[in-house]
Design a binder for this molecule. Structure first.
Ligand code: COA
Length: 379
């Protein structure tokens, strides 16, 4: 006894335009741009801080603005002592994404501007979140390994400090360049699931920390950010290039989802893949681990033939992180360390032009029926 006509419905919101944004555009056929700049040029030359500034402020920084922004991020890295204490209380084996999600949530009440959603206060909170989410990863990881967190190095950039705080050694220049490129590739992707989750949360006028906590929880899933962790388990299982085709055909016959393949938006390939593939090739030469790229390439060829599906950035990110000696459990947190810039930019935009995000659902339950003993008898 419906009182409304059946609304249009798109499972998984596929193809639905759920909002406007000036931050990022994913072109299904051609690529990815941040605020009008194609990512390719930036990925080669920019620093993560430069791109984070662009995402947050809409324009590239000049020399002075970039220096100030870098210093602001560097000065905000340290976690409040109770948050470090909380990291020590987590049970052994806690996944780093759960540490990060819990940590972001716990950071909220330590921010004096938590409930100020003005543009300027949101930008200041974004800087703190970008700085501290990385520290949650590095300090949380060291604590989980029975080691002590290292002090911050103010003179290192975001990427350099991230490496240093994980490994305890100052990284080489080429390593920092590589991590900057990776951070830039992952920094934003318009209305992906975690960013959308952040925007939904922000649209209720909840604070930026609540929104980023939602985003962290959403990123963890293997159909989204978690795919870069699952991909390395898959590649380890395959082991060598000449096994890739048979492995993949067998997995497809079992109707398995193949991690690192497919994308909701890209129709002719993920524009980030060629850059990540070249990083994998470069690292393969540098580390002598040259088996990964041929395995991935054979998977790509077979997947194209069997299912006409392209690889996404997570396929090649997985061996790249392995060759950087990052433990698999940190693959998705590295993604988060970068995407937090995009999440925050979207929260700023949402709060600046807010309208509650509240879609409808298509009811498929039973027709109206009487509740036993009710005098209205269902009428
Ligand atoms: N492996 C196997 N089949 C896949 C696949 C994959 N990775 N991705 C899509 N497909 C198939 C589906 O089984 C479906 O086939 P069908 O029509 O015969 O049932 C078809 O392609 C459409 O897939 P669907 O899951 O509806 O697409 P989507 O747009 O809802 O999902 C992803 C997009 C990214 C969630 C999906 O491609 C996926 O699960 N990929 C693996 C996880 C991953 O790498 N995520 C990171 C994304 S950047």
């Amino acid at each position: 006894m419906s009182t409304e006509t059946k609304p249009a419905y798109s499972p998984g919101l596929a193809g639905v335009v759920a909002g406007e944004t000036e931050i990022c555009w994913v072109d299904p056929n051609a690529g990815l741009m941040y605020r009008g700049y194609d990512i390719h040029g930036m990925a080669e030359q920019a620093s993560f801080e430069e791109v984070a500034y662009l995402l947050l402020n809409g324009e590239l920084p000049d020399f002075e603005q970039l220096g100030r922004f870098q210093r602001e991020i560097a000065s905000q890295r340290e976690l409040p002592a109770p948050v470090v204490k909380m990291l020590r209380l987590l049970p052994k084996g806690t996944h780093p994404m759960d540490m990060v999600r819990t940590g972001v949530s716990m950071l909220a009440p330590f921010d004096p501007e938590l409930n100020d959603h003005s543009h300027d206060a949101n930008i200041r909170k974004a800087i703190r979140l970008i700085a501290r989410l990385s520290t949650l990863i590095t300090d949380g990881w060291r604590i989980s390994q029975g080691e002590e967190p290292l002090p911050e190095k103010m003179d290192l950039t975001h990427a350099g400090n991230f490496f240093y705080k994980l490994r305890g050694e100052i990284p080489e220049t080429w390593e920092i360049r590589m991590l900057d490129t990776i951070f830039i590739l992952y920094a934003d992707h318009e209305f992906n699931a975690s960013t959308f989750a952040a925007r939904v949360t922000a649209s209720t006028l909840a604070d930026m920390y609540a929104a980023v906590t939602s985003a962290c929880g959403t990123l963890k899933g293997p159909l989204h950010g978690g795919a870069n962790e699952e991909s390395i388990y898959m590649l380890n299982d395959i082991g060598q290039a000449n096994r890739a085709e048979a492995w993949l055909k067998d997995a497809l016959a079992q109707k398995k989802k193949i991690m690192g393949f497919g994308h909701r938006v890209y129709k002719s390939g993920d524009s980030r893949v060629p850059i990540m593939r070249e990083i994998a090739r470069d690292l393969g030469h540098r580390t002598g681990k040259e088996q990964w790229v041929p395995i991935c390439e054979n998977l790509e060829k077979t997947m194209e033939r069997e299912k006409q599906l392209c690889a996404n950035v997570d396929l090649y990110a997985a061996p790249v992180f392995a060759m950087m000696n990052l433990p698999a459990a940190l693959n998705t947190p590295v993604f988060a360390a970068s995407r937090v810039a995009g999440w925050c930019a979207h929260v700023v935009e949402q709060h600046d032009h807010n309208r509650l995000i509240r879609p409808r659902s298509l009811y498929t339950g039973p027709e109206l029926r009487p509740y036993p003993g009710s005098p209205t008898n269902g009428k």
